[in-house]
Every structure is written in C-alpha cells, then in structure tokens.
Design a binder for this molecule. Structure first.
Ligand code: ATP
Length: 341
C-alpha cells in the first residue's frame, strides 16, 4: 500500500441552496490520520463523501496524491480513486460469507486468494472466511468491514463514525486495534466522529468543524491546549471559562493571579482546564459536587459565586460540603478578549 496524501481546496457545497460546506481547505499528509470532529449536522459526512467522490462539490478541488480527482474539468469516479471506505453501519452483505465480503472489492481473479486471507489476518480474523456475518460479534463484523476496505490496498482510507455501533467497552478495544493497524500500515486516513476522545486518540491531526466550516486544524494537543475560540475549548473537553481582567502576562480571577500564554490587556475570559486547578486541604470555598472516577475526581467548588471545576488526583478523599482552598497549578492559561469571544 503506497500512502498518498489528500488535499481539499476551497470546497463549497449546498443542498437545495442551503450551504452545508463553505471554504473547506484540508491537507492530509501521506500516512497521516485526520479526524473530522464536530457536532451533528456540521457537514463532516458530506466532506468525507466529497473526498470519496460520492458527492460533487459546487466549488473547489480534491486531489489524492498528485491526481486531481474533483475539480473544474476533472472528475475521477469513486471506484477509480483507490480509496477504501468504512461506514457507520459497516454495510456487510448478510448473504455473503466473511471471505466473500472481504473479496468484494477485489478483481474477480483475486477474490478467493491470498489478499482476502492477508486482510483478515491483519484485522485478527484469520480462519473465519467461511463464517456468515450474523454469526459474528459486533466487533468482529466491524473488523470484517475494515478488512474489506483494506483488501484492495487503498492509498487512502475513509471512515464514517466506524465505532458508533459498538457498545462502550468494545468501542475502546476495537478503536485501539484499528489505531494500531493504521499506524502499522502507514495508511492515510480521514475519519468522521462527533466524539472528542475518539478524535484525540486516533487523529494525528484533528479538524474541528462547526456550521459547515473548519474552525481549527491541529494536533490533539494544540486543539486542547490552544483552541482558537471558547466554543472549541468547550467542545473538546471540560473547561472553566472564567471572566477575567488581563494585564500583560497575567490575569486576575477569583482564585488569584494566573499566568497567561500570551500577553493581553482588558476584560475577557480565561480558559482554565479543571486539571490546571488544585484544591488545598483547608480554605474558604465549599465543595458542592463530587464525581469520583478512581484515577481522579472532579470537584465542583463554589468560589465567590462562581462554580469552578477542579480535577484532582484521588489521593485524598474529598467530600461534598468540605471547605477547601483553590489554586492554579497548570500551564499558562489561554485568554479570549471580550471582543473576540
Ligand atoms: P452527523 O454527525 O449527524 O452525521 P454531519 O456533520 O456528518 O452530521 P452531514 O451528514 O454532512 O453532517 O450533513 C450536513 C447537513 O447537510 C445536514 O443539515 C444535512 O441534513 C444536510 N444534507 C446532507 N446530505 C444531504 C442531501 N443529500 N440532501 C439534502 N441535505 C443533505
């Protein structure tokens, strides 16, 4: 499998004159995995379908490797794009055996051959060629769908919410397996999810979409620690967005002065992740809510009329009603001036 990159430039798409995608630019390097993350209806699936060639944009181009697949005067049909697809419902043929499902996208002469065995081997289902899909577990069926997509050795794999049909524990397990496989194969992949954790775990890069636009593209670290808007900050994790007055490299909030990651002045909001706060054993602030997770716990603490979320290592038991102090202990915080938020 030779990985090729994907480049989407200036893509617009409307359905019945309602814009669904606007000015989409996306660059996926060969071998990289990119998550399209966003709320329901933001256009993720439409973008994936445009890359696959299942949908035509109104404007813009899609190139895979050096070939323009979609663009003014260019159109390569989906079956000639060398792209594999895994759908949310896996779309296995119920009347075909596992082996025949996996062989489906291969040239006729290769359907019973080593490519099928090899693909099943890769997904950990060696020897199950003759089973029918309905005799397999959900996780196994998902892997058959993946084997079918990788059997033709595509240069790009597109996955649309591939784990959403699995229950939580299986989802985590299958996701880890698929992640390892994608890394091992070095295959370029673009996948759609509305689950922030899934995007962070699987994506080398995450493109956060909202209302038909890509609002930010970056590594999971960048998206989480350096979001470009309060909306992204809240969409990708728990966050305290606290009114503050910035003054140079610090801002003053109810729990004191905290360092900022870039200089600012005036009123706005400071983004503080719960793990950037810590509680001290005694203090004036009441703990109003406790969620105990084992590896850590999330406390809600009332500080001067504002409820702050604090994630703390569960090394000491903290109970509701207890009074604590709160301090900032994390990396310098992000500040959004009022006009920008
Ligand atoms: P979800 O997470 O719910 O699947 P999504 O982000 O993948 O959402 P899309 O499926 O791309 O979003 O849909 C974006 C918008 O385009 C939605 O408002 C949807 O109703 C609309 N849409 C999608 N396909 C069509 C179509 N073929 N005809 C008309 N409208 C469509």
């Amino acid at each position: 499998m030779t990985a090729r990159g994907v480049k989407v430039s200036g893509v617009d798409k409307a359905f019945d004159e309602v814009p669904v995608l606007t000015g989409i630019d996306l660059d996926v390097a060969p071998g990289q995995s990119v998550a399209l993350l966003g709320p329901s209806g933001c256009g993720k699936t439409t973008l994936l379908r445009i890359i696959a060639g299942l949908e035509r944009p109104d404007l813009g181009t899609v190139a895979i490797g050096d070939t323009v697949m979609t663009g003014p005067g260019s159109w390569v049909p989906p079956e000639r794009r060398n792209v594999g697809m895994v759908f949310q419902d896996w779309a296995l043929f119920p009347h075909l055996s596992v082996g025949r499902n996996v062989g489906y996208g291969l040239p006729r002469a290769e359907r019973g051959g080593p490519r099928v065995t090899e693909a099943l081997d890769m997904v950990g289902l060696a020897g199950l060629e003759d089973r029918m899909p309905d005799t397999l577990s959900g996780g196994q069926q998902q892997r058959v769908a993946l084997a079918r997509a990788i059997a033709p050795r595509p240069s790009v794999l597109l996955l649309d919410e591939p784990f959403s049909n699995l229950d939580t524990s299986l989802r985590v397990e299958v996701r880890a397996e698929v992640h390892r496989l994608l890394v091992e194969l070095g295959i370029t992949s673009v996948f759609v999810t509305h689950d922030q954790e899934e995007a962070f775990v699987l994506g080398d890069q995450v493109a956060v979409m909202n209302g038909g636009r890509i609002e930010q593209v970056g590594s999971p670290y960048t998206i989480y620690r350096e979001p470009v808007s309060p909306w992204i900050a809240s969409f990708v994790g728990d966050v305290n967005l606290v009114p503050a007055i910035a003054s140079g490299s610090t801002a003053v909030i109810s729990v004191g002065e905290i360092p900022l990651d870039s200089a600012a002045d005036g009123p706005g909001m400071v983004l503080i992740r719960p793990e950037d706060l810590e509680v001290g054993a005694t203090g004036p602030h009441e703990v109003t809510f406790v969620e105990f997770y084992g590896h850590d716990m999330m406390l809600t603490v009332a500080v001067d009329g504002t409820e702050l979320q604090v994630r703390t290592a569960a090394s000491r038991n903290v109970v509701r009603g207890e009074h604590v102090s709160v301090m900032h202990r994390g990396a310098p915080a992000r500040f959004f001036a009022d006009a920008a938020s």
